[in-house]
Design a protein around this ligand. Structure first.
Ligand SMILES: Cc1ncc(COP(=O)(O)O)c(C=O)c1O
Length: 432
């Protein structure tokens, strides 16, 4: 490194220490298990994929085991957290993360299952209105869900799906206007899984409504990462998983938001199951499905208790931390990470570093969450990713050329951000 970069590095490392000192969430790191390799500490920047395990999870699972062992079927009523209504407290814990009323939110199933359920209700094509606007590089599962539902409706996905190539809010809104009267539904990732770009869900929803269509979002990479106000923005539906920013464990139960304008409309067609049936009559076992009010009316099955026990612990940590603190730190971490990458990555004359990268996540903090996606040039991405792994840095790799690196507020610190940027920029320089 040239001396100028050395002195920059020194001042950034001092800044990192100062930021850690004033961090009100610093104590939360101890509440999570840190992955190790051969006994060595590693830096975990992969909260965008699988969040770390809260330490209280072992005890929570043990509690459910004890209750099952001690009570058998009576655990439905007598367990510490009675299984019969196990999902209910989750709505209250998840609602602030969505900016929703508790009645608009339910924890259940997995993301893709919930997307199918939501599409079954909210994609109701007519001869005139049948187009779904989606992102050209959508997460594969979302696209499969969209294509398969269109086929189930007896329609042709090629005619019904309108991909937006340029995934920023302005282009999405322009596409909404272009499609006009044929638009039935806008279905997008709130934060794009690949680039980390945060869309303006408020404006997109308003534009969809103005065109006479509905708006639904996949919030896999948004919930727990960026502030959301789904109720206020009048979003029609949203789905998410909880194993990323919400640290609820591999395959953890996902969630569904249904705006109350739809949630209390009993006539909305839906895929039904007994747990969505009017609670007071659920055990009557009579024919004729009567949906519960709110998002709960989309439930199919009784809660998978062992799956959800970890989520209860994780969501309680968010409540303790305070969402405003989480978002403030997330934004500040993103800003600091960018500062480190742009200054330490500055190209030098007679550049000797063999890797070149650019940052494909928008630089403005209003257009991103914690994730930064780096495009590695000249087909050298895999090699650089392996070098980072060897240096004890856990990020993730997305074909064909992107490394995603995500420091998160509850268990990462600024010192780690500095360290990751320094290691990376010793090997790679930034192309703007
Ligand atoms: C953006 C996005 N959508 C959908 C999925 C699929 O989620 P699930 O396997 O929980 O259905 C994922 C999983 O990582 C995702 O990142």
């Amino acid at each position: 490194m040239a001396p100028s970069i050395r002195s920059t590095a020194l001042s950034l490392s001092k800044k990192a220490l100062a930021l850690d000192k004033s961090d009100v969430l610093v104590a939360f790191k101890k509440q999570f298990h840190d992955p190790k390799k051969l006994g060595k500490d590693r830096i975990y920047f992969c909260g965008n994929s699988l969040g770390l395990m809260p330490k209280g999870v072992d005890r929570a699972l043990q509690q459910e085991c004890e209750d099952w062992a001690n009570w058998g079927v009576e655990g439905h009523w007598k367990a510490k957290n009675p299984w019969i209504d196990y999902h209910k407290p989750f709505s209250k814990l998840l609602a602030p993360l969505c900016g929703a009323k508790a009645s608009e939110v339910v924890a259940m199933n997995s993301l893709t299952v919930n997307l199918h359920l939501a599409l079954a209700s909210f994609y109701r094509p007519t001869k005139k209105r049948f187009v779904i606007l989606y992102e050209a590089n959508a997460f594969s599962s979302d696209l499969y869900a969209l294509e398969s539902l269109i086929k189930l409706r007896g329609l042709n996905p090629k005619l019904c799906l309108y991909p937006v190539d340029q995934l920023d809010s302005k282009s999405v809104i322009k596409a909404i206007h272009d499609i006009g009267e044929q638009l039935a539904l806008v279905c997008l990732g709130g934060v794009n899984y690949y680039s980390g770009e945060l869309l303006d869900l408020k404006k997109i929803t308003a534009a969809a409504h103005q065109a006479g269509a509905l708006a639904g979002f996949d919030l896999a990479h948004a919930i727990g990462n960026v502030p959301l106000k789904l109720h206020h923005w009048k979003v029609d539906f949203a789905v998410w998983c909880t194993y990323k920013y919400l640290n609820s464990g591999p395959g953890a139960a996902g969630g569904l938001f249904v705006h109350e304008v739809h949630g209390n409309d009993k006539n909305i067609p839906r895929m039904a199951g007994w747990w969505g049936h009017e609670q007071s009559e659920r055990f009557g076992m009579r024919p004729g499905f009567k949906p519960m009010n709110g998002a709960e009316g989309w439930q199919l099955s009784n809660a998978p208790v062992f799956n959800m026990a970890a989520q209860r612990v994780a969501l309680t940590l968010f409540k303790e931390a305070g969402l405003a603190n989480v978002y403030r730190k997330g934004k500040s971490m993103g800003d600091f990470f960018l500062e480190c990458l742009t200054t330490l990555g500055t190209p030098e004359q007679n550049e000797k570093r063999v890797y070149a990268f650019s940052i494909i996540t928008p630089l403005e903090s209003t257009r991103r969450g914690c994730q930064l996606s780096l495009r590695i040039h000249d087909k050298k991405g895999r090699a650089l990713f392996t070098l980072l792994e060897k240096a004890g840095i856990i990020g993730d790799w997305r074909e064909p050329d992107v490394i995603r690196l995500t420091p998160v507020p509850l268990y990462n610190n600024y010192k780690e951000i500095f360290h990751v940027a320094k290691i990376l920029c010793e090997k790679a320089y930034l192309i703007r």
